[in-house]
Design a binder for this molecule. Structure first.
Ligand SMILES: [Zn+2]
Length: 347
C-alpha cells in the first residue's frame, strides 16, 4: 500500500471494509443496513465525469480545484442496487443540499478512515486473509467445504478474545401488502438476541411474524397519515390554518432494527423497534383573509421517525390469543411545504 490512503492505491477491499464500518454498515445512498458482501465503493463526485463537468461540479459544491476524487473525502459505501440505479448517465446531481450533506459526512469520516486503513496495514497479513475468507465465494463447492470446516475455529477463537464480538446482524425482507394496495418490503435486521426472539415468537408461541408485521405496518402508515394531516392543518396560513384532505403515500420505507424478549409474569413480551421514512401529499383548502376566495394548495410532507410495539403471549395461550399492543411513534420529524395549486373566487 502506498503512503497515501486513496481509492486504487492498494488494497481496496480493506478500504471498502473501513468505509463500510465508518458509515455504520449502511449504504450511504438508501441508508439501509447492508451486508458487507453487497457493498461497493462509490465516488460522490463521479470518477467517470468528464473534465469540464467535474470542474463545474467542484465549483457547485464549493470544493477546491485540486480536490482528489479518489480521496476518502469523496468515497462512501453503496449497496449494489443503489449503485445500479445511480449507474452511468443516470446520476442525479440536482438535489444539491442532499449531496452537500453527504460530502460533510464523508469529510467527518475521513481521518478515521485513513487512520484505520493504516492500522490495518500493520496487521495486513492476517487481516487480508480474514477479509478474503469473509468474502469467499460459497457457490464454489470446494470453497464452501473448506469454509464449513475451518470457519468454526475462527469463531471459537473470537469468542475467547471477546464474546460480545461473536454477534452479527442478519438482514432479510418481508413483503407485505398494506391498505390501498401499498406494496412494501419491510427490512428486518436482527442480532443474535433478536434472532432468538424471532425463533421463540414463531416456533414456541406460534405467532406469524409476517402477519404481525403487516398489521403493525398498516397501523403505522395510518398513524403517519394522521400525523401528517394534523401537521398540515396546523400550518399558519394567511387566513388561519387550512383544512387537509387525506394524505396520499408517495413513498414509504419501514425497517425493523431490533427485537427483544423478556419474561413478564406468566407471559413473554416481545418488543419491536424500527424506523420509517415517508413522503406524502395532501390537498389543502383555505379561504382568503377577506373570505372571498378559495385557495387550493398542495401540501407535501417528508417524515422520518422511529416506532416500537409490543407483542405479548401468555404461556397458556393459544396463538390466536396473543395480544398485540398499539404501535407507538417515538420520534417524529415532519418537514412540510405547500404550493398553491389554484384559487377560485367565491363571489
Ligand atoms: Zn443502497
Amino acid at each position: 500500500m502506498g503512503d497515501k490512503v486513496r481509492y486504487g492505491s492498494g488494497n481496496d477491499a480493506v478500504l471498502r471494509w473501513v468505509l463500510y464500518n465508518a458509515w455504520g454498515q449502511r449504504c450511504y445512498w438508501c441508508e439501509r443496513p447492508t451486508d458487507f458482501n453487497a457493498i461497493q465503493i462509490d465516488h460522490l463526485l463521479p470518477k467517470d465525469a468528464r473534465k469540464n463537468n467535474l470542474d463545474d461540479l467542484k465549483r457547485a459544491y464549493g470544493l477546491p480545484n485540486d480536490f482528489d476524487i479518489h480521496d476518502p473525502a469523496n468515497l462512501a459505501p453503496i449497496c449494489i442496487p443503489c449503485n445500479g440505479r445511480r449507474g452511468k448517465g443516470n446520476r442525479v446531481y440536482a438535489a444539491v443540499p442532499l449531496i452537500l450533506g453527504r460530502f460533510e459526512t464523508a469529510r467527518e469520516h475521513r481521518d478515521t478512515v485513513i487512520q484505520q486503513v493504516r492500522t490495518f496495514g500493520a496487521s495486513m497479513g492476517i487481516a487480508e486473509h480474514l477479509l478474503a475468507a469473509g468474502q469467499a465465494d460459497l457457490h464454489d463447492e470446494r470453497v464452501r467445504t473448506a469454509f464449513v470446516e475451518h470457519a468454526p475455529a475462527i469463531i471459537q477463537r473470537l469468542a475467547l478474545v471477546d464474546e460480545t464480538k461473536v454477534d452479527f446482524l442478519t438482514i432479510w425482507y418481508v413483503d407485505v401488502t398494506l391498505e390501498d394496495e401499498i406494496q412494501l418490503s419491510i427490512g428486518v435486521s436482527l442480532n443474535a438476541h433478536g434472532r432468538a426472539a424471532a425463533q421463540i415468537l414463531e416456533n414456541m408461541c406460534r405467532i406469524d411474524l409476517e402477519r404481525v408485521l403487516e398489521e403493525r405496518a398498516d397501523e403505522l402508515v395510518g398513524q403517519i397519515r394522521e400525523g401528517v394531516r394534523e401537521a398540515l392543518e396546523a400550518i399558519d396560513g394567511p387566513a388561519g390554518p387550512p383544512t387537509a384532505g387525506p394524505p396520499v403515500v408517495d413513498f414509504i420505507r419501514i425497517d425493523i432494527d431490533s427485537l427483544g424478549y423478556q419474561n413478564v409474569g406468566a407471559a413473554v413480551e416481545f418488543t419491536f423497534h424500527g424506523n420509517f421514512e415517508s413522503s406524502m401529499a395532501a390537498s389543502l383548502a383555505q379561504t382568503s383573509p377577506d373570505g372571498s376566495d378559495l385557495l387550493e394548495l398542495q401540501g407535501d410532507a417528508v417524515v422520518f421517525g422511529t416506532f416500537s410495539f409490543v407483542v405479548s403471549w401468555h404461556f397458556s395461550a393459544d396463538p390466536a390469543d396473543a395480544y398485540t399492543g398499539e404501535c407507538v411513534i417515538e420520534d417524529w420529524k415532519p418537514d412540510l411545504s405547500t404550493t398553491l395549486a389554484s384559487w377560485r373566487s367565491s363571489s
